[in-house]
Design a protein around this ligand. Structure first.
Ligand SMILES: [Zn+2]
Ligand SMILES: [Zn+2]
Length: 257
């Protein structure tokens, strides 16, 4: 399933143009100081025909591999066909989950997807990735994100779902929605900011290639590629798939993704 998803994303991303994101330096400083990300919805190079297709294909793959129930799949695919429903839903959902403008109120995220089943969020995250990833690329080339110290993404506000330990023994988090990377304290939990290292359980695979950090406060875990002494840099698509057995190991120890 992961391989099929990566395949679609690669195909779509190759068609998406690199956006020119105009950022006023004052605004950039204010956003960063407030812990708010930088990509506004209007800056995402979304081609709606392409997005709708990616959205439907993603739902089909999740359904085919039993990661999406039949009833949910039907509702979601119908949503993808009706242009006048999907566009406002995606706009509202991005605004409610990015936090670019201001902290959205707690109900905004749920209202954004309306009557759609909760599983629609999984499909949205995967379907918007090829478009958002181009924004993250554009920003990484032009902006200094080194002052960002938050657990959420400096580009789109989503949470990390992977990490890499650099040869300098620093840890970079990888956003689960746009794949942007940013530095974050090695033994702090990005999900709840727990920085008591006695309450972070970290273990490595036998070959030392991968690590898992489990937080004993919020019970969530994060996987990482250890690039110290590694023959190649992080390849998010490859390493996410290579570490699927680690998810089972982390869950066995009582952590959740
Ligand atoms: Zn992001
Ligand atoms: Zn935590």
């Amino acid at each position: 399933m992961q391989i099929a998803l990566v395949e679609i994303q690669r195909r779509v991303q190759a068609r998406v143009p690199l956006p020119w994101i105009q950022v006023d330096p004052e605004w950039l400083r204010a956003q960063q100081a407030a812990g708010r990300p930088l990509v506004r919805f209007r800056e995402i190079p979304l081609d709606w025909t392409d997005f709708r297709l990616t959205f439907r294909q993603t739902a089909d793959i999740l359904h085919r591999f039993d990661a999406l129930e039949r009833a949910d799949h039907q509702v979601i695919v119908a949503l993808g066909r009706e242009g006048n429903l999907l566009e406002p839903l995606v706009t509202r959902w991005y605004d409610a989950t990015s936090g670019v403008d201001a902290a959205a109120d707690p109900g905004a995220r749920q209202r954004a997807t309306g009557d759609a089943p909760p599983s629609v969020e999984h499909v949205l995250v995967l379907a918007i990735r090829p478009f958002l990833a181009r924004c993250a690329e554009a920003l990484a080339q032009r902006m200094d994100l080194s002052t960002w110290t938050h657990g959420h993404c400096p580009c789109c506000g989503w949470e990390p779902d992977f990490a890499v330990v650099t040869p300098a023994a620093e840890r970079r988090l990888v956003c689960g929605r746009c794949a942007a990377q940013w530095l974050f304290a090695t033994l702090t939990c990005p999900y709840c900011n727990n920085d008591d290292r006695t309450l972070i359980t970290s273990f490595a695979t036998r070959d030392g290639r991968y690590r898992v950090y489990g937080c004993d406060i919020c019970k969530r875990y994060l996987k990482a590629y250890d690039a110290r002494n590694a023959p190649r840099p992080l390849l998010v698509a490859v390493d996410t798939i290579a570490t699927l057995p680690l998810d089972a190991a982390a869950m066995q120890r009582g952590y959740q993704g």
